[in-house]
Design a protein around this ligand. Structure first.
Ligand code: SAM
Length: 421
């Protein structure tokens, strides 16, 4: 493939044409880079290729005649590098790499006479929303991106997974040493298991794209495998921001859990399946373990904490309302802890109990299973009736339903409604 560059400053391209991959590609005649000095086509006494703008104003404009004469010596599409152009992309690079010849005009000063763009340019291309002193660097950027796609310039497998080639960003890469300042290369990459390595790489490509350029995923047609891996990545990333290790202990969350934004889960915390921990709740297992059973939920702004040697055990199907404090205690299966209740250290709430909103439960409460507990200090008011039991189940089921649709649908909302101008 042949590249022609029209420039007032040919010196810019000397090193570019000699070094590294581009230098080798030229040597092996895979590409050719012809640097055309526009001044050679300025025929007046001073070989003037630029002039002051009509209408006044600062700077110089590159003249139409030398540029048009220089363009007459080339064939194929002509690009003008310009901050006003379409943004250069990998897709464009792929398109250009199929051409036998491409010409690039490197503007300088205040740019080129508009008539060149009208009469001699096929496309204006920008390398980003900023203004450079000249089009020489953009020309090198474009040639570099295109040349590496020309057959034989680099090995196909070296660029197959490059960012953007398959619509995803590249996966993380490592080389020797295996360990650097306590940072190790992921085990999988030294396992020798190529199928697993490929899976890991695809997953990490999806992760990198999700974290750095989620816009690339908006209209992607995911394969079945990609869909699965992408769901995993999203789950892992959501959890990562809210889980903390302390004293070597990290939370171990069960299947289908959700930890909502602003909530933190810290240290020795183990949860069963379908557990939901709602906005701004803190579950802090720093001095003893916390266990939360299947299908339980801890709602917004609650605190679950331990004392040295006094962990927290929360059973299955437990609902803990907003703003509760659950401290070094145990709560049996199917309980409902009302909003704002405080359960102090060493307290035991047996199964099937309802603790009313605002109750303060201490270790002396001696409740039987199925009690209705209320007050400060909390007492057993009566044994639960059928209607209370239904309430416990209803509250828990509601949160299981919410868990499902929050998993699927929660996203940041666009600002809506009237805007102050
Ligand atoms: N007055 C021009 C404008 O605002 O559109 C900018 C001229 S700039 C100082 C000089 C030359 O640098 C341009 O003619 C163009 O060739 C090149 N250039 C500057 N920024 C560029 C960018 N972001 N992408 C591509 N080319 C750029």
């Amino acid at each position: 493939m042949r590249f022609n560059i029209l420039t007032l400053f040919p010196g810019f391209f000397e090193v570019f044409r000699d070094e590294s991959i581009i230098g080798r590609a030229i040597l092996h005649k895979l590409i050719e880079i012809r640097v055309i000095n526009i001044r050679d086509f300025a025929y007046d006494r001073h070989r003037q290729a630029d002039d002051t703008p009509f209408g006044g104003g600062g700077g110089m404009i590159m003249k139409v005649e030398p540029l048009m004469r220089a363009l007459a010596t080339v064939t194929g599409p002509v690009i003008y590098t310009s901050p006003q152009g379409e943004r250069f992309t990998q897709q464009m690079a792929e398109e250009f790499a199929r051409l036998p010849e491409l010409t690039i005009i490197a503007g300088h000063y205040e740019g080129i006479d508009e008539r060149v763009i009208e009469a001699g340019v096929d496309r204006e291309i920008s390398i980003g929303d900023y203004v450079l002193t000249g089009g020489e660097l953009p020309a090198m950027v474009i040639i570099d991106a295109v040349a590496r796609l020309v057959e034989g310039v680099i090995k196909k497998e070296s660029r197959e997974n490059d960012s953007f080639s398959a619509g995803l960003l590249d996966y993380p890469q490592y080389t020797r040493p295996y360990e650097y300042e306590n940072m190790r290369v992921p085990e999988i990459l030294i396992s020798g298991h190529h199928k697993n390595i490929d899976l890991w790489r695809l997953k990490e490509s999806l992760r990198a794209t999700y974290k750095k350029r989620p816009d690339l995923l908006e209209n992607r047609e995911f394969s079945a495998l990609e869909k699965k891996l992408y769901a995993l990545v999203r789950e892992e990333e959501k959890e990562k921001t809210m889980l903390y290790q302390v004293r070597g202990k990290s939370p171990r969350l069960g299947k289908n859990n959700i930890v909502l934004p602003g909530a933190s889960v810290i240290g020795d915390v183990t949860t069963g399946k379908n557990v939901s921990i709602w906005f701004h709740t803190v579950v802090r297992g720093d001095a003893a373990p916390i266990v939360i059973g299947d299908n339980s939920n801890v709602q917004d702004n609650s605190v679950v904490h331990v004392e040295k040697g006094k962990g927290v055990a929360i059973g299955n199907n437990v609902t803990i309302g907003h703003n509760c404090v659950i401290h070094g205690c145990s709560i049996g299966d199917n309980c409902l802890i009302g909003m704002g209740a405080i359960i102090l250290s060493d307290s035991v709430i047996p199964e099937n109990c309802l603790v009313a909103a605002g109750a303060v439960v201490g270790p002396k409460l001696n409740a039987a299973a199925g009690s209705l507990i209320a007050g400060n200090p909390a007492k057993v008011l009566k044994t639960m009736e059928e209607s209370h039991m239904k309430l416990l189940k209803y509250a828990n089921d509601e949160y299981l339903e919410r868990l499902e649709y929050y998993q699927e649908e929660l996203q940041l909302a666009e600002k809506q409604g009237s805007q102050i101008p």
